[in-house]
Every structure is written in structure tokens, then in C-alpha cells.
Design a protein around this ligand. Structure first.
Ligand SMILES: Nc1ncnc2c1ncn2[C@@H]1O[C@H](COP(=O)(O)OP(=O)(O)O)[C@@H](O)[C@H]1O
Ligand SMILES: Cc1ncc(COP(=O)(O)O)c(N)n1
Length: 515
């Protein structure tokens, strides 16, 4: 049997006490731009393998930049929608989102009390990411009356504070305290979400103080994705949780699965190119992304774009191109490059040790050896007649430390992502510098003519293409968590590439060399 692209996200062969394809109803508002509300809910439910249904509480006119208008149809009509569904279809889980006003809340409460669905997840939507209100202020009290009917409440930090009538938490520990108080007050489980806090990680925690979970606080942390595309994350997570919970019957397992999926949806959101504001997440990333060779590499390349721009703007690169770069800076760069290559070689050897195939093992082992050969070539041909400090500079040290740390703790895929910028950005910058030298008629009196000629190395370009393909393949084979870690490692290395080219300007000593 071939693995389905779904299998990484939603392994059907895992124990499923519930239905394989749960019937999940979203009671929420409509977002015509498709990123939040029932549109996000239906996509999320389907992405996690459920059968989605939607009863619409309110219509909004909104896009990725904000909410323009809200229209709440008569609440009795919502009740007709709900009754039409429950009189015919067994509902395995309900997710409640935007409610709009108190009359809607009353209808939903009446219907839930009558039907008593097995799983109820309540996302107490009050204010959109854009800051626009989605619940009348006068309805906040009515919303509290719905809380005891939910198994899980998923407020963001402003909503958590509003439900308690307290100021918003500004740190994780106080957010957890608020979560405990809310859980104790209403006797259910609260998901405290860390999306609104700053920092490199994005924690979430299931909180229940009445012994319904294995611990009072179950925290699951993931990396924070650097993206503006957070429109609808709360809607998507809550409906994903309702779906997985109906299948698995365990909140911790459900959160793990839903959070891992959401991480992939956030990481790949840039590929959608929807709107000019806070864009949506990529709900079906696992279907498209995992199966298309080259797609992950393309996402990486897009991320590298701003760094490449910065590199081309550096005085070092412009000086190398014009020939006016102070020799002192060039000497510093060469000396640091030799030091860097020694460390880099060790990391390439580690990639060889982790490689899953003999072809890749051989490729990285050779690359590691060639790196040392280039290092000695630098000393023999370029540095022997120049004056430059042999001390490790601060950027070289940080870059190599980052690579060594990644190679000590990261998987093969993550190590490759950290390694790649040194191939890819260097090859691209070299290609451009060489092309502009040739365009200028390859002047023999250019101060860096000999160096610029080394950039026309077809073997290095071929090795770069291979390194990209191996990284892409490792991403396809990896988990969402791994792909997010790859993205982080890649971006970090890209930043060091820029800093490395800028280091001579900052750290080359005026007393050394002629300059
Ligand atoms: N930048 C991010 N990187 C990773 N996960 C995020 C990010 N922003 C939000 N999340 C996750 O998205 C979910 C929604 O969180 P949050 O933004 O706090 O709520 P809301 O969307 O309701 O305002 C949580 O699981 C949170 O951890
Ligand atoms: C119809 C509707 N429901 C909910 C949200 C909140 O979503 P987010 O807080 O992620 O913008 C929204 N913007 N629109």
C-alpha cells in the first residue's frame, strides 16, 4: 500500500475509538474571503478527515485587512438551520465560533441543551485579528451562559481576560493562571493559547482543574512561525480539534495532531498569496506540499529573497563588483572564509553520517573533503601573500556555532536546511558577480578579477542543485514539525550569510593589510 499524503497528518491506522470520518458541525459566521469563520472551519474539518457541516450565525463583509460590515439574520432562522441538521443527521462534534449577539447565543444554547452533542468546542470569538468586534459588547454576559455547555473552550488571551473580567495576561504563567480560574469556574477544559505572546516558541496548554485530564495543565509547545498570515488560526484550530477529538476521544492526542497540522498550515501559508493584510493559513498544505517535488525548496527560496536583496546592497559585494573594495576587507573575508570552511566541513561530515542513502552519504562525505581542500587552497594561493588576522571573527564564530549546534541536535533534514544557504546563496551571489564582471568586458585590470573568475565553477553549481534536491526530498519525507524546524534553521543560516559578507566592514582591523 502506498502512503497517502494524509497519513503524516491523520494516521487512520492509529486507534480510533470514535468514527473514522466524524460528522462535524460548525455554528459560526461567514468570512467571504475564506480565511476565517465557517469557510476556515469547513476546510479544517475536511483537512483533518471529517465530514463538515455549517449553520451560519452571521454574515460578515471582510477580507484579510479587516471587517467592513456584519449582518446578523433573525436568530429563529439559525434555529431552523440547526433543527434541519439535527433532525436528520447524527452530529459527532460541534464547533461554535462567531455568535454576533445575545439572541443568537440564546438560540444556540437552547439547541445544544436539547441535542447534547457528544463533543462541543466553543471558540468565544469576540474580536477579529484586525481588531474589529464580532460580538456585541452587550452579549458578553450571554456568552458566559454558554460556557458550561462546552467541553472545551478555546479563548485567545484577550478573550480569556474578557471572560474573567481581568486585564489581559502579558506572560505565559499568568495566562495559565487565568486558564485555571476559568476552567474551575465553569467545570470544563480550557485551551490557553500562546499565539498573542512574543517569543520564539508558541505554547498552548489544556487546562482542567477537576481531574478530567491526566494532569491539570498539559502544555504542548511548538515553534513560532514568522508570518503575518494568522487570519483564522483560532477558527481553524478549534474546528480541527473538534474533528480529531470526535475520532480519538483524547484532548491531548487531539491537540498534538491539530497543532502539528496548523504549524504546517502556517509555515506554508505564504504560498497562497491571498490578500494584502493578515492572510489565511494553508489548510490543505499536506495534500499539495507533501506530494510535489520542489515545492518546499521553492518556499525556502522565497524566504531567502529578502536576505539576497540585503546581500546585494552590502558595500562588500558592491566593492567586490566594482573592484573598489579595500584590500583589508577582502583579506579579512578570505581569512574568515578559511576558518568557516573548517567548521563547515565538520557539519557536512555529520550530514554524511546521518544520510539515509549511500548516494547522499557519498555526496556529503565528498563535499566535506572538498571543503578542506578549498580551505588549504585559500591558505596556499590567496592568504600566503596577504596580511589578515587568523583570529576567529564574531560572525564566523556565531555562524559555525549555529551549524554545529544544529548538527548536534537536528535531524538529517534540519541539518541539510542549515547547510543549504552556504551553497545556494553563495552560488547565486557568485553567479551574479561573475555575470556582471563578464558584462563589463572581463577587464584584466579589475582588482578582484582572479577571484571573480572562481565564481564560474560549474561543478559547484551542480553540487548546489544536488544539495537543493536532497533538502527538498528530506522535507517531503519529514513531519510538519520537522519542516518548520527546517525553515527556522534555513532562515537563520541565510541571516548569517548576509552577516558574513558584512563582517569585513565591521571587524577588519585598519592596521592589518594596506586597505
Ligand atoms: N506565529 C505562529 N506560529 C505558530 N503557531 C501560532 C502562531 N500564531 C498563532 N499560533 C497558534 O495558532 C493557534 C491560535 O492561537 P491564537 O493566535 O492565540 O488565537 P486566535 O487566532 O484565536 O487569536 C494556537 O494554537 C497558537 O499556538
Ligand atoms: C466570521 C469570522 N469568525 C471568526 C473570525 C475570527 O478569526 P481571527 O481572530 O483568526 O481573525 C473572523 N475574522 N470572522
Amino acid at each position: 500500500m502506498t502512503a497517502s499524503p494524509y497519513s503524516a497528518v491523520y494516521p487512520l491506522d492509529a486507534p480510533n475509538p470514535g468514527r473514522a470520518t466524524p460528522r462535524v458541525l460548525s455554528i459560526a459566521g461567514s468570512d467571504p474571503s475564506g480565511g476565517a469563520g465557517i469557510q476556515a472551519d469547513l476546510k479544517s474539518i475536511a483537512a483533518l478527515g471529517g465530514y463538515g457541516m455549517a449553520a451560519i450565525t452571521a454574515l460578515t463583509a471582510q477580507n484579510t485587512m479587516g471587517v467592513i460590515a456584519v449582518h446578523v439574520p433573525p436568530a429563529q432562522f439559525l434555529r431552523q438551520q440547526l433543527d434541519a441538521i439535527s433532525s436528520d443527521i447524527t452530529i459527532d462534534a460541534v464547533k461554535i465560533g462567531m455568535l454576533g449577539d445575545a439572541t443568537v447565543i440564546d438560540e444556540v444554547r437552547g439547541w445544544i441543551e436539547e441535542v447534547r452533542p457528544a463533543v462541543v468546542v466553543l471558540d468565544p470569538v469576540m474580536v477579529a485579528t484586525s481588531g474589529d468586534r464580532l460580538l456585541r459588547e452587550s452579549a458578553e454576559k450571554a456568552l458566559r451562559s454558554l460556557l458550561p455547555l462546552a467541553d472545551l473552550i478555546t479563548p485567545n488571551l484577550p478573550e480569556l481576560a474578557m471572560l474573567l473580567g481581568e486585564p489581559e495576561a502579558t506572560e505565559w504563567e499568568s495566562a495559565l493562571d487565568q486558564g485555571k480560574r476559568l476552567a474551575a469556574e465553569y467545570g470544563n477544559t480550557v485551551l490557553v493559547k500562546g499565539g498573542h505572546l512574543p517569543g520564539p516558541v508558541c505554547p498552548d496548554a489544556l487546562v482542567n482543574t477537576s481531574g478530567m485530564l491526566s494532569r491539570d495543565v498539559i502544555e504542548i509547545t511548538g515553534p513560532r512561525v514568522e508570518t503575518r498570515n494568522s487570519h483564522g488560526t483560532g477558527c481553524s484550530l478549534s474546528s480541527a480539534l473538534a474533528t480529531v477529538q470526535a475520532r480519538r476521544g483524547d484532548w491531548e492526542v487531539s491537540l498534538q495532531e491539530a497543532k502539528s497540522w496548523l504549524l504546517g498550515a502556517l509555515t506554508t501559508s505564504g504560498a497562497l498569496e491571498v490578500g494584502q493584510g493578515n492572510g489565511p493559513v494553508h489548510h490543505f498544505h499536506h495534500l499539495q506540499q507533501a506530494s510535489k517535488p520542489g515545492a518546499f525548496a521553492a518556499t525556502l527560496w522565497k524566504e531567502a529573497g529578502p536576505e539576497l536583496e540585503s546581500i546585494y546592497g552590502l558595500p562588500f559585494i558592491q566593492g567586490l563588483q566594482s573592484g573598489e573594495l579595500p584590500e583589508r576587507d577582502f583579506n579579512y573575508y578570505l581569512a574568515q572564509d578559511a576558518i568557516y570552511l573548517n567548521g563547515y566541513s565538520r557539519v557536512l561530515a555529520r550530514a554524511g553520517a546521518l544520510a539515509p542513502t549511500e548516494e547522499e552519504q557519498l555526496f556529503w562525505a565528498k563535499a566535506s573533503q572538498q571543503c578542506l581542500e578549498v580551505e588549504s587552497e585559500l591558505h596556499r594561493n590567496w592568504l600566503s601573500t596577504r596580511e589578515a588576522s587568523t583570529a576567529t571573527g564574531p560572525v564566523t564564530k556565531s555562524y559555525v556555532d549555529h551549524l554545529l549546534a544544529t548538527s548536534a541536535s537536528g535531524s538529517y533534514a534540519v541539518v541539510l536546511a542549515a547547510i543549504l544557504p552556504c551553497y545556494w546563496l553563495y552560488a547565486e551571489v557568485g553567479r551574479q558577480l561573475h555575470a556582471s564582471y563578464v558584462d563589463a568586458g572581463a577587464p584584466a585590470d579589475h582588482a578582484y578579477a582572479e577571484w571573480l573568475k572562481t565564481y564560474a565553477d560549474e561543478d559547484f553549481a551542480a553540487a548546489t542543485r544536488k544539495a537543493i534536491n536532497f533538502t527538498d526530498a528530506a522535507a517531503i519525507a519529514g513531519s510538519e514539525m520537522e519542516r518548520a524546524a527546517m525553515m527556522d534553521a534555513f532562515i537563520q543560516s541565510c541571516r548569517y550569510e548576509t552577516a558574513f559578507f558584512d563582517a569585513p566592514r565591521l571587524f577588519a582591523q585598519p592596521s592589518i593589510g594596506r586597505g
